[in-house]
Write a protein that binds this ligand. Structure first.
Ligand SMILES: C[S@@+](CC[C@H](N)C(=O)[O-])C[C@H]1O[C@@H](n2cnc3c(N)ncnc32)[C@H](O)[C@@H]1O
Length: 307
């Protein structure tokens, strides 16, 4: 994810994208091929292409396929889930509130599936560092593999550790920020107060309001200031095309299971109508995507006092 390369080469980790329903990552190999429900793509047909290239559509019933450079945002959609993960809306708010930038030193626990870790790494690179801790050895190993694959081997250190019992292995006032996604974050607040720099920021992500209440009480006891809790709800809207050829309507109905495919299909239909100068028949309408994500969790932020 840090590579400046514009062209896909053998060994590159790339994203194959055809709308969010068809999104996965692959490492390009000589002689390799991808076989999915839309058909087969040979790696050799991707190697040498620029990131962002439209590979065309292998099967006319599926949207066009693109090869994209991996990004933390796309990665949240296709990483292997070993735990519940933090998604991009919450990640965006975390990055803003923690004022993450190149050079920031961030401590994180637990690592889980390393969804948040991947974004933290991208924000603090190339000069900063993320030290992430998980009690579970298999999650630590998987996180190391995934972070290495995404080019963050030098930006992130992943360690097996029970932070509730053992705390963080650093001197006091070491970190700019600490991010907790733990079942009992309130048990670590005193340790976070020790390891944070003055004016450093803590973020605690919890799915349940009872966890938030206990965490806020502990933050107050430990003289943190500016304690705030947010719930980030995202509602996505899509502009769609209405109208067109009668004989296309059956085809449209068949595809309604997959909103993104419908969108892609309509986009192609509109292009065709434009070419045939039938655009005056087109009406646009906007609708909320029905499978919008609801409650994910609560984000609590606070600053360490300066005295
Ligand atoms: C919900 S997951 C974190 C998901 C992560 N934020 C992501 O976006 O992929 C919570 C993790 O906390 C770890 N954990 C639980 N108790 C812990 C403890 N005392 N010390 C360190 N890690 C712990 C679990 O093993 C689990 O992997």
């Amino acid at each position: 994810m840090l590579s400046e390369n514009e062209v896909c080469k053998e060994g590159d980790h790339v994203m194959i994208y055809a709308g969010r329903q068809i999104l996965f990552s692959v490492v390009l190999e000589k002689g390799g091929q991808i076989t999915k429900k839309f058909g087969t793509i040979k790696h050799k047909d991707i190697i040498g292409k620029k990131f962002g290239t439209r590979l065309g559509f292998v099967n006319p019933n599926y949207p066009d396929i693109y090869v994209l450079k991996p990004s933390p945002h796309l990665w949240t959609f296709c990483l292997d889930h070993f735990t519940q993960i933090i998604h991009y809306t919450d990640i965006a708010v975390i990055a803003f509130q923690l004022e993450l930038r190149s050079g920031s030193i961030v401590l994180e626990s637990g690592t889980g599936s390393a969804s948040l870790t991947t974004s933290l790494a991208k924000f603090v690179a190339p000069l900063g560092h993320v030290h992430t801790f998980d009690i579970d050895s298999s999650r630590v190993e998987n996180a190391k593999i995934s972070l290495e694959k995404n080019g963050f081997g030098n930006i992130v250190s992943v360690l097996e550790r029970n932070v509730v019992e053992q705390g963080f292995p650093f001197e006091k006032e070491f970190a700019d920020s600490v991010v907790l996604d733990l079942p009992s974050p309130f048990l670590v607040i005193e340790e976070v107060a020790r390891v944070l720099k003055k004016s450093g920021t803590i973020c605690s992500f919890s799915p349940c309001i009872e966890q938030v209440q206990q965490t806020c009480s502990k933050l107050e006891e430990n003289a943190f200031t500016g304690i705030e809790t947010f719930e980030c709800l995202l509602r996505e809207h899509k502009v769609c095309v209405f109208g067109g050829f009668v004989d296309d309507e059956e085809k449209e109905k068949k595809q309604t299971e997959d909103q993104m495919e419908v969108f892609e299909y309509k986009r192609r239909k509109r292009k065709k109508m434009k070419e045939e100068k039938k655009e005056e028949n087109i009406k646009l309408f906007t609708r909320a995507i029905p499978e919008a994500r609801g409650h994910t969790g609560y984000l609590t932020f606070a600053k360490k006092n300066t005295f």
